[in-house]
Design a protein around this ligand. Structure first.
Ligand code: ZN
Length: 530
């Protein structure tokens, strides 16, 4: 349990847990299963199913203590006693969750080393930003996520250097801009301070008017919405907050603040004082910004909060991309080869010999380099068929031997380009991956394109092994875009339509079901740690 003390009373068969600090309800978490512990540091152990324990231990032994110590040097003492990690089965619906004393993390991430490192460090950073000082309202979730992402990158800079940190940041900011293109610059989720939709209904095909009537479920009083002066379309569904704006636009704002004070170490000192002042309480953005201006009186005097075009108010309330982005030139030794290779493969006409010759050594690249390269190819898809053929010849077997974060991207390229010779790899991947983070994006792509019947076939073969919530989401993806006549015409489709209707009773599974398909895809596509 996410608790500072736990005792097992053997005679009674009872576990007792105690949390000595006040924490918000969302950080109370309990896990039960066939879990065995192994020490990985003086105050850390991993818990995992016995078959996973050796891998988990070997990947994290010693390093977690390194990350905790780096964080302590930056932001002050770790205040939760133990920092343990529990690995959960692939069906765990999110990548990782920062429950105090016991980070929850999905075991699927174990094979992708660099992602594992970043995800755990992010959760370590939440021990200060999120768990100790918490956002008072979900409408300002960026306070936890933006600050934790900033702290995570300070820790990786201290531990692995600026180049690696800039690479990882470039990779994520690329994803942020992708999400922006899909949603449009005026999307309400792109604000840091979002307005939640207090009464909106996530039931598919529900005609409930929140201003007018009580919801059929008896929940969610409509008056609230009317009093708040909101129309049903102005607000944001809380399920949509785990988007890249909350994380990366939030990060950019915090980074901008650090630039204003001119010295990242002075900014660390400020954050340390901020944690000390507000620990074990909940805050709003104004608390952070007031503290910032009070800590740097010279900046307050210069009215940095009102600089034209970069007003704090605009950072918080404008839709669209970040008003300023970090300088990532220190990562160029790692990002430049990616850009060069991408240029070669997308040159018109394709210089086959040059492109193939340069295929050399991506096997020595960092995972984030390869992922960035593949993401850019994905953005450019569909690609000319000859390019896809050559790419497949150069990379397909090589990428197949790499980790899942890389394989999923290559397979999405295969699907978005309808490249049938590599389709057997997609099937094999979907037969072995049972986690949401890897199955959903592939099913989305399969169903958007011409491969829906292939998707149906794979789904029928694997559905028995999927978590019920994931199964319902995939059923919903498979049934999207089926008109009434399509639903009636063939049996499997009718069955899917029924399954979709059943899913309506489970709002967690529905998640984004009432969105337009494009925004549903773009938000569901993003895998973030909490
Ligand atoms: Zn987080």
């Amino acid at each position: 349990m996410s608790a500072t003390q736990s005792v097992y009373l053997e005679e009674e068969g009872v576990y007792r847990f105690h949390m000595e600090h006040p924490v918000p309800a969302y950080l109370v978490a309990l896990v039960a299963g066939d879990l065995k512990p192994a020490d990985i540091g003086p105050r850390s152990r991993v818990w995992a199913e016995p078959c996973l324990l050796p891998t988990a231990t070997s990947k994290l032994s010693g390093v977690v203590e390194q990350w905790l110590s780096a964080a302590e040097r930056l932001y002050g003492p770790y205040m939760w006693g133990r920092y343990d990690i529990v690995f959960l089965p692939p069906s765990f619906p999110i990548v990782a969750m920062e429950n105090p004393c016991l980070t929850f993390i999905i075991s699927s991430i174990l094979e992708s080393d660099e992602f594992l490192v970043i995800d755990v460090i992010h959760e370590v950073a939440h021990s200060w930003f999120g768990n100790a000082v918490t956002n008072a309202t979900w409408e300002e979730m960026w306070l936890s996520e933006g600050l934790a992402t900033y702290a995570q990158r300070r820790i990786t800079t201290e531990t692995y250097g600026a180049a690696f940190t800039c690479l990882e940041t470039a990779f994520r900011l690329d994803a942020l801009h992708r999400q922006m293109r899909l949603l449009g610059e005026d999307s309400p989720v792109s604000k840091l301070q979002v307005k939640l939709e207090p009464g909106a209904c996530s039931h598919q095909a529900c005609a409930w008017d929140p201003v007018d009537a009580t919801h059929p479920s008896g929940l969610l009083p409509c008056l609230w919405l009317a009093q708040a002066g909101l129309s049903p379309h102005e607000g944001v569904n809380p399920s949509h907050l785990m988007n890249l704006f909350t994380y990366e636009k939030g990060y950019c704002f915090v980074y901008y603040l650090s630039q204003l004070c001119g010295d990242p170490q002075r900014f660390d000192d400020f954050l340390r004082a901020y944690v000390e002042k507000y620990k074990f309480t909940s805050v709003v953005a104004q608390d952070l910004l007031d503290s910032f201006l009070n800590f740097f009186p010279e900046l307050k005097e210069q009215s940095v909060d009102c600089r034209a075009g970069l007003e704090f108010e605009r950072w918080l309330n404008a839709t669209g991309p970040p008003l300023a982005e970090p300088d990532l030139s220190q990562g160029s030794s790692l990002t430049r080869p990616v850009e060069a290779l991408f240029q070669l493969w997308t040159a018109e006409p394709l210089d086959q010999a040059a492109a193939s010759a340069s295929a050399v050594d991506i096997s020595k690249w960092r995972t984030f380099q390869t992922a960035l390269f593949l993401d850019r190819l994905l953005d450019g898809s569909p690609l000319p068929q000859e390019v896809v053929m050559s790419l497949s010849k150069c990379y397909s077997s090589l990428l197949d031997s790499m980790n899942a974060e890389i394989r999923i991207r290559w397979l999405q390229i295969v699907v978005r380009n309808d490249y049938y010779p590599d389709l057997h790899r997609v099937r094999r991947f979907l037969e072995s991956q049972m986690s949401r983070m890897y199955t959903i994006p592939l099913y989305e792509d399969l169903c958007t394109g011409a491969l829906k019947s292939f998707a149906l076939e794979v789904f029928y073969q694997t559905q028995g092994r999927l978590h019920p919530n994931l199964r319902r989401t995939i059923q919903q993806i498979l049934s999207q875009g089926l008109g009434p006549s399509a639903e009636a015409s063939t049996e499997p489709n009718a069955e899917l339509a029924r399954a979709g209707a059943e899913a309506g009773s489970d709002s967690a599974a529905l998640l984004l079901g009432d969105e337009a398909p494009s925004s549903a895809i773009s938000l569901r596509d993003v895998n973030v740690s909490a």
